[in-house]
Design a protein around this ligand. Structure first.
Ligand SMILES: *Cc1c(COP(=O)(O)O)cnc(C)c1O
Length: 380
């Protein structure tokens, strides 16, 4: 390659928030201004409106805002009475907050390995992990595709154990016509800026159709106060800011369009990997039948021996990629006390060594995608 073609080469970031921001700038500034002028910053009308819009979007009777997706998980477990000594079953292949929320309550994360194709909790391994201490089962809808909720729910129901969905990456995803966050006791969402619906900072939401749980979540996020200065439980401070809610309400009506664009980008990658005859070297995401996958991430698998070299090469070609996640949770230093070791969850460990997330954000162009796949072919 000559110097001149190198300098004109297009770059492809993993995520381009500027591209989403530019057309919304005026609306977002007006929303922030509205909150500033009201001088009402915590909960209030904006948050209530976003909660109502979210409940109706997810198909639940309630939605309750909080400070982050991590807090949503924590509050959900608190509302279900999880305490020291209890066990909560989850996947070792997720963002840290999934298991972190369990450990913060003094409960024990009990890991169940993932399916090789979907990267989600393997229902076939679930029953064997249930003990008389299991209080909650917490599947994650990883990368924007729901875990197999029929299979998981059947086992959970039989054992009489509630489910909490970590739907942080999956707002709007569906499993057999049901929305993420509506298939369990509590669904937990994140508005971290890299999620499909991202705020201007941290924020979270919980969905439920159980009135009692909704009430508990509402008081737990304000230090357990039933009314001002009367505390029926020890909660935490975890509220959604009015500025976040106002900004999210500007973006929310565009979410389905963005998710559809992510889906069509994913389909275009499927075609490109086939056209460029890479199917024997690159495993593209598996989409379960009868689901709506919203592609928060587009994650491919390559030979572990080539993975890090490919990442480095794509870096030199100005293509942003990342690994979600390079160290499974059972091998994190802070969880060494759980006594897990290498080899305990082979599919999670293999995924950590073989996967790469490629850019899939809605504004990605065909030219950029072709460039990404061409560069992958060059290296492989
Ligand atoms: C982003 C994320 C969270 C945490 O959300 P925050 O809002 O960043 O606290 C939890 N679980 C998963 C799977 C996530 O991707």
């Amino acid at each position: 390659m000559t110097e001149s073609t190198k300098t004109t080469e297009i770059s492809v970031p993993l995520l381009d928030l500027q591209a989403q921001y530019a057309p919304l700038r005026a609306d977002l500034l007006a929303a922030v201004e509205r909150v500033m002028d009201s001088q009402h910053f915590i909960l209030g009308q904006e948050v209530k409106a976003l909660e109502d819009e979210t409940a109706s979007y997810c198909g639940t009777t309630h939605a309750i805002g909080c400070a982050s997706g991590s807090d949503a998980l924590l509050l959900a477990l608190m509302a279900l009475g999880v305490k020291a000594g209890d066990e909560v079953i989850t996947t070792p292949y997720s963002f840290f907050a999934t298991a972190g929320s369990i450990a913060r309550l003094g409960a024990t994360p009990v890991f169940v390995d993932i399916q090789a194709d979907t990267y989600n909790l393997n229902p076939d391994l679930l029953a064997a992990a249930i003990t008389d201490k299991t209080r909650v089962i917490m599947p994650v809808h990883l990368y924007g595709q729901c875990a197999d909720m029929d299979a998981i729910s059947a086992i959970a129901e039989q054992a009489g154990i509630p489910i909490v969905e970590d739907a942080a990456q999956a707002i709007g995803a569906e499993d057999r016509g049901r929305r993420a966050g509506s298939m369990s006791a509590v669904g937990c969402f994140s508005y971290y800026p890299s999620k499909n619906l991202g705020g201007l900072g941290d924020g979270g939401m919980m969905s439920t159709s159980d009135d009692t749980i909704a009430h508990k979540l509402r008081i737990l996020r304000v230090h357990g106060a039933e009314t001002k200065y009367r505390h029926s439980a020890v909660g935490i401070n975890s509220r959604l800011d009015a500025i976040q809610a106002a900004a999210l309400r500007v973006k929310f009506p565009r979410l389905d369009n963005w998710s559809a664009k992510r889906q069509s980008n994913a389909l275009r990658y499927f075609d490109l990997f086939k056209e460029m005859e890479l199917s024997h070297l690159v495993t593209v995401p598996f989409v379960r039948p009868d689901v709506r996958h919203i592609f928060n991430q587009f994650v491919i698998r390559v030979d572990a021996a080539k993975r890090d070299g490919l990442i480095a090469y794509l870096g030199t070609r100005k293509i942003g990629v990342d690994v979600y996640y390079p160290i499974p949770l059972h091998l994190q230093e802070c969880f060494s006390y759980l006594g897990y070791g290498v080899g305990d969850f082979p599919e999670s460990e293999r995924a950590a060594l073989e996967t790469i997330a490629l850019p899939v954000y809605p504004e990605l162009s065909e030219e950029q995608q072709t460039h990404v796949v061409s560069c992958i072919r060059e290296f492989l």
